[in-house]
Write a protein that binds this ligand. Structure first.
Ligand SMILES: Nc1ncnc2c1ncn2[C@@H]1O[C@H](COP(=O)(O)OP(=O)(O)O)[C@@H](O)[C@H]1O
Ligand SMILES: [Mg+2]
Length: 277
């Protein structure tokens, strides 16, 4: 069983602080969900854990089974068992889907041995069928021309093949219609085991109807502001986030922006008046 510990994590991009003290522990066998309004840093957290070079970590730690993740390169993180299902998966023309996954699987074998092609094809075809994906998929270039839903299923296909210890799925439900959501949800649930720690980042309760989360965390303004269980998911779904903002004394960005606009207009008027314009 693996454990991922995120301790007081601060991160910035282009000198803008996005993560402001995130604390989270995920153990193998647990399913956590992070919910929260847009632009609060959920995808940033996922990218930082996986090692996107765009972000600068200014404070805090990430440990996987006691090892310092922040010192690892992206491929080392993947080999150590971390996996990220991306909100916006990239298209890679020229690399076929099956080559991509096979290469990633081969790279995980420490002794340099390759996965047998025969075994790979059987497992790959089985996963494609379970996800009800098109059979031409192995030969198509990675995500090129895929619909939003196909890209998301393809992320889960990779997860099925790579068998990570800790998987972060960033808005895996966006772009999926109800039928696809059910298929993806069932496939993820089928992967649950004491060996897998799961972090689902989502906007809607809908995904959590298909994948039961043990813990839910609400992220706002770069940190986790509330953690709970099922009852918290229901309340967010019914009432949104306003009650929580009020409870925590977090100002609504829109209200702050309006007030700032008004202040500038008033200031301009006063200046004009003083100058007799
Ligand atoms: N290169 C960048 N420069 C400045 N701000 C950025 C950059 N990239 C992302 N951000 C900002 O970081 C914040 C968090 O983004 P993100 O982590 O994608 O939020 P979420 O996934 O919660 O919707 C947003 O306000 C976004 O505009
Ligand atoms: Mg996001």
């Amino acid at each position: 069983m693996s454990t991922l510990i995120i301790k007081n994590l601060y991160a910035e991009v282009d000198n803008k602080e996005i993560l402001k003290g995130v604390n989270l522990t995920i153990n193998g066998g647990e399913t956590h969900a992070i919910m929260g309004p847009n632009g609060t840093g959920k995808s940033t957290l996922a990218s930082v854990v996986m090692g996107h070079p765009k972000f600068k970590i200014t404070k805090g730690e990430i440990l996987l089974d006691g090892k310092d993740v922040l010192k690892m390169t992206v491929d080392e993180r993947s080999r150590a068992g971390l996996f990220l299902g991306m909100q916006h998966p990239a298209e890679v023309p020229g690399v076929t889907n099956s080559d991509f996954i096979k290469t990633a699987m081969d790279a995980r074998n420490k002794d340099g041995k390759k996965v047998s092609l025969f075994k790979f094809i059987i497992e790959y075809d089985k996963a494609v069928a379970q996800l009800k994906m098109n059979e031409d998929l192995p030969h198509r270039y990675l995500n090129e021309g895929f619909s939003g839903g196909e890209k998301k299923r393809n992320e889960i296909l990779q997860m099925k093949m790579l068998k990570p210890k800790i998987a972060i799925l960033d808005e895996i439900d966006s772009g999926l219609d109800v039928d696809a959501l059910k298929i993806v949800g069932e496939n993820i649930t089928a992967m649950k085991s004491s060996e897998l720690g799961l972090l689902l980042i989502t906007h809607y309760q809908r995904l959590l109807d298909y994948i039961k989360a043990d813990y839910v965390h609400i992220m706002m303004q770069g940190r986790i502001v509330k953690s709970g269980k099922e009852e918290l998911i229901k309340r967010i779904d019914q009432e949104g986030y306003d009650w929580l903002k009020e409870e925590l004394g977090i100002e609504d960005e829109r209200v702050v922006a309006e007030a700032e606009k008004e202040r500038i207009i008033l200031g301009t008027c006063a200046t004009k008046e003083a100058l007799g314009l």
